[in-house]
Design a protein around this ligand. Structure first.
Ligand code: FES
Length: 122
């Protein structure tokens, strides 16, 4: 029987649940805490990050599942406007002072998105 500690990936959603340039947030539960993450689809790629801004450690979204700027070119923090690249989470503008978002490792298998090593997130 597989123990909870043996889990190496966790189902998040289907790729088809995300339109191009849309986002979805999740909570990843651990035995003693939980971590907020979000994922972004761009064409056939999906990128994932902790939902924590490096500037003041605030959640990033404007509204539920709304993490992008008006042109959908960058992730933008709702608190003070720091901007990050979609592909790498690199800080490009604002008070993040060169500190990027923390990536979470995803894998897409048969059109299904999983987070790798969910216990190591956060
Ligand atoms: S908390 Fe994100 S820019 Fe300040």
């Amino acid at each position: 029987m597989k123990k909870d500690s043996d889990v190496t990936s966790k189902f998040l959603c289907k790729l088809s649940d995300l339109e191009n340039l849309s986002c979805k947030s999740f909570t990843v539960d651990h035995p003693q805490k939980s971590s907020r993450i979000f994922i972004i689809r761009k064409a056939d790629d999906v990128f994932g990050y902790l939902n924590v801004c490096p500037h003041a450690l605030a959640p990033l979204e404007w509204n539920p599942d709304d993490f992008l700027d008006e042109k959908k070119e960058f992730i933008i923090c709702s608190m003070h406007g720091a901007k990050f690249t979609i592909e790498e989470g690199t800080c490009v503008e604002g008070p993040c002072n060169g500190v990027g978002l923390t990536k979470v490792n995803l894998n897409i298998t048969d059109g299904t998105i999983f987070i790798d090593n969910p216990k190591k997130v956060g």
